[in-house]
Ligand binder design. Structure first.
Ligand code: GLC
Length: 801
């Protein structure tokens, strides 16, 4: 079964059957204002904070057929007092449409629908320079006769405190209020707020057509004491809505528009806006602006132009069409989404509690967009460093608006208050930013540490470089019995929570990668003494890892407090871990023969046709000594599931040992675009990476979940562009070091780097995997494989061999 196809020309995925296995979504706007739009028109919209400023009530756990947050009804008058009601979004009326198509575009979703001779095309998006979600609805009469048509868009509100909406059915409904503002042209603006926000923050819903009536109370709209349904709201069987301004209860916004006579072939265009403002008078100019169809067209053009620039920084043409599709459009786009929403708001990450954004997650997300939006990447790094403690460790998560940080699960559950990896990711992100931009002044920028005195004042600040050193120092001052970093509450694997005293090989290797980055930086800064000291630290950790963590055929993953290994052939469960093998290659700690052996073990024990498992075999039963990981059945999530985030690290490691064919095979096997043919097994969107896929220990092997918000986006993008295609920024210039399948005879990359455009053509006449024989710049041979920092547009020709 297929539910749609890629329209590469228009950079859209086109869903042709609305009954997808689960809802497939798109994102509109940003965390500042925007959210999720599903392929049946439902929308979860928030402003700045999904937990504390949520606008629409979208309950993902309800069945797919249910109304969620927003919809649109059309109604045809059949006889006096009798109406035929249907939704061009399919949900909630579920009619047997003649045509349905949902175009998932870059920052917009367009739903096209035909039923009873009425063709509707609704484009849902956020103008770049506004804070309201616009729905541009075009309705065409394709019958031979004039029709009388009514158009009724509907929104259901939530209390802005999203969790309170579900935990308190006393206070919430007593506070919810709606008012109607009638305008001179008979347009209506419906305003909605909880009482306490009346004078400072109100939601509004309006359109660009005369409104004959409205409803703001859900019970009245559905009718019959809410025994009326969203599929057949009883209020829509009346000529007009009740014009009721709700002063409590479940608030909605429904606007009745009579299009009167729509002639055959004629198209009516109705534009709705859902927004939020401090004061409705202040919002009027913007509301007026987007009532004008020409302005809506211009806003859509502006959105397209934004994506042209964003994506235009790196475009590739390889022998793999599905790789091109991901790198050029969908993966790059997903990196933008993860940077914006972190792990805050999706159908799986519900943004209800106080989670905020994660330190390690956002560090990695900042690396995913650094080539497209270096300035945004820098702004994120500044925030991250601000939630670092003076001792060099980092708070696990924080609210990017209030900058209030917390310890995450470590704060609640354990005596250990830190994650051992968080702070080290900031080193990787910062160095990626420096290499991309050459902006070394950033290292001198002073950023406060998070610790505050009794009066909420900063105690100490340090330069960016200080922050990075402190991070290293934290690791070196928190070592365990083998001299390896203590695991803390957890390392990257959030859910393996070992008792105090456990050591993490992941953190040891991440520390190694961080050291390598800083050694490179020290050399670039001509600080030989520093580089020498860091190299000494690097060798010391490398030797320790190799002395104690080699298990014979692979590296172990942890030592428990008794010094027993986890990730050893001696273990009954969790015998081998993927990150245990890829990371010693990434850090360079693994000597060449061990690197190959460890990566071969991944292929032999952990690889499946649906991706590489995080570990195997899965734990089979809850074990408080292992923590959260054992709450999952075997083959699920971190417990032996295919956790995609860890897959690109194996790809990168494979390129480091020169096996481009293997790297690409791992890349290709998790490419969601290739899942289109097995989507009934995969279930999630084929245009975004999911976080996890059930592995072969689970009967539903191949089933994906938690799409969109995953570190998979950043790392697959990096694996593809920096390691397989090998186009890597360095302090000195743009390095070209591909590691590709031997069958590839050429590929091309257009890369904007600093102030220049590099048009790179790589030829592989001898069918090698790795190795650069010659490089020419604008026709002149150059030494080595690093194109210098330039301005203007330049042609680079690389011959492998
Ligand atoms: C989730 C978390 C991430 C963690 C990963 C593995 O994706 O957001 O921080 O590294 O799980 O546990």
């Amino acid at each position: 079964m297929e539910y749609g196809y890629f329209d590469d020309q228009n950079r859209e995925y086109v869903i042709t059957n609305p009954k997808t296995p689960v809802k497939w979504i798109n994102y509109v706007g940003t965390l500042a204002f925007g959210g999720i739009v599903d392929h049946t028109g439902g929308a979860l919209i928030c402003r700045n904070d999904p937990a504390l400023n949520r606008i629409t009530k979208y309950i993902p756990q309800l069945p797919s057929s249910s109304f969620k947050g927003t919809t649109l009804y059309l109604r045809l008058k059949e006889a006096e007092g009798q109406y035929r009601i249907f939704s061009p979004y399919f949900v909630p009326t579920l009619d047997a449409y003649d045509r349905y198509e949902c175009r998932v575009g870059l920052g917009y979703t367009r739903i096209c629908h035909e039923f009873a001779g009425i063709r509707t095309e609704a484009t849902i998006f956020m103008p770049m320079s506004a804070e309201q979600v616009v729905r541009d609805i075009r309705i065409t009469n394709t019958t031979g006769d004039p029709v009388c048509l009514d158009v009724i868009p509907v929104v259901e509100y939530t209390h802005p405190d999203a969790l309170k909406q579900f935990t308190n059915a006393d206070w919430v409904p007593q506070t919810m209020q709606s008012k109607a503002l009638r305008q001179p042209g008979d347009e209506v603006i419906l305003i909605q707020y909880p009482f306490m926000n009346r004078d400072r923050q109100v939601n509004f819903f309006t359109s660009n057509w005369p409104v004959s009536s409205f409803e703001t109370d859900r019970a009245r709209f559905l009718g019959d004491n809410e025994y009326g349904t969203w599929a057949q709201p009883l209020a829509l069987q009346q000529p007009e809505l009740g014009d009721y301004e709700a002063l409590r209860g479940d608030n909605i916004a429904a606007l009745m528009h009579h299009l009167d006579e729509v002639h055959p072939g004629e198209t009516a265009r109705l534009i709705t806006q859902l927004g939020q403002t401090g004061n409705i008078v202040e919002a009027l100019p913007s509301i007026e602006r987007y009532r004008d169809p020409a302005q809506v067209d211009a806003a859509l053009d502006e959105l397209a132009a934004f994506w042209d620039v964003y994506l235009g920084r790196l475009q590739v043409q390889t022998p793999s069409a599905s790789m091109d599709r991901m790198v050029n459009v969908y993966n790059a786009r997903q990196c933008h989404t993860t940077l914006n929403w972190s792990r805050y708001l999706s159908l799986y990450q519900l943004g209800l509690g106080a989670r905020g954004i994660g330190f390690r997650d956002s560090s990695q997300d900042a690396m995913g967009i650094v080539s497209s939006m270096p300035g945004t990447s820098k702004a994120m790094i500044q925030k991250l460093l601000h939630v670092q403690r003076r001792d060099g460790s980092a708070y696990h998560q924080f609210n990017p608006l209030s900058m209030v940080a917390s310890e995450g699960d470590a704060g609640e559950e354990g005596e250990i208050k830190y994650y051992s990896d968080d702070h080290l990711w900031a080193v990787l992100a910062t160095c990626a930013y420096l290499k991309e931009t050459g902006d070394l002044t950033f290292l001198d920028e002073v950023i406060p540490y998070y610790d505050q005195d009794g009066e909420d004042q900063t105690i100490e600040s340090g330069t960016v470089l200080d922050h990075l050193w402190r991070g290293l120092e934290f690791t070196t001052s928190h070592l365990g019995q083998h001299g390896l970093p203590l695991a803390g509450f957890a390392d990257w694997n959030d859910s393996t929570n070992l008792p105090p005293g456990a050591e993490s090989l992941f953190t040891a290797n991440l520390y190694g990668v961080a050291l390598r980055e800083l050694i490179e930086l020290a050399w670039h800064l001509d600080n030989e003494a520093l580089a020498a000291r860091l190299e000494e630290d690097y060798r010391a950790m490398r030797d320790r890892v190799n002395e104690c963590a080699w298990d014979g055929e692979w590296y172990v993953r942890y030592f428990d407090p008794r010094g027993e290994p986890l990730g050893s052939v001696r273990c009954e469960h969790g015998q081998i871990y993927t990150n245990g093998q890829s990371w010693p290659v990434l850090s360079g700690f693994a000597p060449p023969e061990r690197a190959l052996c460890a990566l071969d073990a991944v292929r032999e024990h952990l690889n499946t046709p649906n991706g590489i498992k995080l570990s195997t075999p899965g734990f089979n039963g809850f074990d408080p000594e292992k923590g959260g990981v054992t709450t999952y059945p075997p083959g699920t999530k971190e417990n032996g599931g295919i956790f995609l985030h860890a897959n690109p690290w194996v790809m990168i490691a494979e390129t480091m040992v020169g096996r481009g064919g293997q790297a690409f095979e791992y890349y290709d096997q998790i490419n969601p675009a290739a899942k289109n043919d097995v989507i009934d097994e995969f279930e999630c969107e084929p245009y975004a990476y999911p976080q996890n896929i059930l592995a072969d220990e689970h009967p539903q092997f191949g089933l994906a979940r938690n799409s969109w918000l995953s570190g998979t986006a950043s790392w697959c993008y990096q694996a593809a562009t920096k390691y397989i295609l090998g186009i890597r920024p360095t302090y000195e210039g743009l390095c070209i070091d591909p590691c590709i399948p031997t069958g590839w005879d050429r590929f091309q990359v257009r890369r904007v780097f600093r102030d220049a455009v590099y048009e790179i053509e790589v030829l592989n006449p001898d069918g090698v995997s790795k190795g650069v024989r010659s490089v020419s710049l604008d026709g002149t041979p150059i030494e080595g494989n690093v194109a210098p920092v330039l301005v203007g547009t330049h042609q680079i020709r690389v011959v492998m061999g």
